[in-house]
Design a protein around this ligand. Structure first.
Ligand code: SF4
Ligand code: SF4
Length: 447
């Protein structure tokens, strides 16, 4: 079995442990699966975020450990000639929303989100991706190349016949609007910050660039006001497509397109490695994209430069919190008026998985008089494209209804903060409530 991701960090996992029960096939990938000790802690609904698909279904096969049991059976040759096509396994893996909750909350840190990428890559060898999944996988590249998609998405949301057609032809849930790209993507020009401040590189991901350019503008404004000299990351001089913006490859990885994602990651690493080598912080706004630099890029075999970039890559909230701790940050933030609404904060699953909500709390405490509350909720169900896929929309709604949407309804006057792109869309769809990015909240407080 030829593996698509680099699993060498699991080389010694379970070795010498008579109970590790490492499957026969799959090399180091099998060892990554076998770190599960079958404690079944993922089949509980205690506080925490794991495992959203189990929480809404009560089905042990849809818990992390249930997926492990099926994968082990597949890798041990117990699921027939085409083990990865076993219907139970296909369903279990399809309904993993890659939230990385297990990576943080499972006692043995089973990394099912990464395991799913390898699983999908293995399946892709035998089955071509559906048109919808390919479209979602390539959306960042298509939004740059095929600008006609922008008016088409708008029309699809407005003309009553187009959404049912999109469901019939592609499997995109007709009852859901699609997130609409901005008329013009972020260009990175006409924005300034002091030339003599501490240098910072802003990695503008594809979602911020195409859907929320205002977030990047707000971040530059905040960083500039804090005295930082901001450079927007651009393709390296040797890049074969110097005019095409950088993309972390997250959407490609989500569909198991590892080779295409590796090509995107190479461009990002080439562009950012010189900044990382100079010790410059690399800051990103969309949690799943920035954290791809820190996590999945290290499993793509890109060597030391990728590791150096990962070391410097940080979420906007992490950067603000760290600079505050280092006493380098001086943000002239105004007191929030006493009658201003409170702020409800929803963390993206990957933000929670790396413990970044502490930084979020610290960043928000910088605004005098701000009343805020972190929402206690598992995955919102948006999960990349999961929430707009026809066959998954009901499950996505059920995830959102577990805690997140009821909390929003209980607080009809609250403002909402959510740094995750799909989380914001899910809340707008489920509760009709827009949400801000932390960069916008801080920029507003600058006055
Ligand atoms: S995935 Fe983790 S929590 Fe679930 S059974 Fe395995 S070791 Fe236990
Ligand atoms: S990544 Fe999330 S949905 Fe998938 S098994 Fe882990 S906790 Fe469950």
């Amino acid at each position: 079995m030829k593996l698509h991701l680099d699993w060498s960090d699991y080389e010694n996992a379970g070795l010498g442990d008579a109970y590790a029960d490492i499957p026969k096939e799959g090399g180091n990938f099998a060892k990554a699966v076998a770190v599960c000790i079958n404690s079944r802690r993922c089949e509980t609904k205690e506080r925490g975020v794991m495992c959203p698909s189990y929480r809404v279904s009560d089905d042990p096969e849809l818990a992390t450990g249930g997926r492990v049991r099926l994968l082990k059976a597949a890798l041990n040759g117990q699921l027939g000639e085409q083990p990865f096509d076993d219907p139970q396994l296909v369903r279990a893996m399809e309904l993993c929303v890659s939230c990385k909750g297990c990576r943080r909350e499972c006692e043995n840190e089973v990394d099912m989100a990464r395991i799913k990428i390898e699983y999908l890559a293995q399946r892709n060898e035998e089955h071509p991706l559906s048109r919808r999944d390919r479209l979602f996988a390539e959306l960042p590249q298509r939004l740059h190349r095929d600008r006609w998609l922008v008016p088409l998405i708008r029309l699809r949301n407005r003309l009553p016949l187009l959404a049912p057609l999109g469901e019939a032809l592609l499997g995109i849930a007709a009852r859901r609007r699609l997130p609409e790209p901005a008329t013009a993507p972020f260009s990175g020009t006409a924005l300034d910050s002091p030339a003599d401040g501490h240098p910072v590189v802003l990695f503008v991901d594809s979602f911020t660039r195409h859907f929320n350019p205002a977030h990047a503008e707000a971040a530059i404004r905040v960083l500039g006001a804090g005295g930082y000299s901001v450079t927007v990351a651009q393709p390296d001089a040797t890049d074969g497509e110097p005019r095409r913006p950088l993309c972390c490859g997250r959407t490609l990885l989500s569909q198991g397109l590892v080779e295409e994602a590796r090509a995107e990651a190479r461009r990002v690493v080439a562009a950012l490695a010189p900044h990382a080598a100079a010790g410059t912080p690399i800051v990103g706004l969309e949690p799943s994209c920035l954290l791809t630099l820190r996590d999945e890029h290290l499993a793509l075999g890109l060597g030391e430069p990728a590791r150096q970039v990962a070391e410097r890559a940080q979420l906007f909230e992490e950067f603000i919190a760290r600079e505050q701790t280092a006493k380098r940050l001086r943000l002239p933030l105004k007191k929030r008026p006493d009658d201003a609404p409170p702020l409800l904060v929803h963390g993206h699953c990957h933000e929670k998985a790396v413990g970044a909500m502490k930084s979020m709390r610290k960043a928000l405490k910088l605004i005098p008089g701000l009343r805020f509350e972190l929402i206690e909720a598992s995955c919102c169900g948006g999960a990349g494209s999961f929430g707009v896929e026809a066959e998954h929309a009901d499950l996505a709604d059920a995830m959102a209804e577990q805690a997140l949407l009821p909390k929003l309804r209980e607080n009809p006057d609250a403002e909402i903060l959510a740094n995750g792109f799909s989380c914001r869309h899910q809340m707008r769809e489920g509760a009709g409530r827009p949400a801000l990015h932390l960069a916008e909240v801080l920029a507003q407080a600058l006055g």
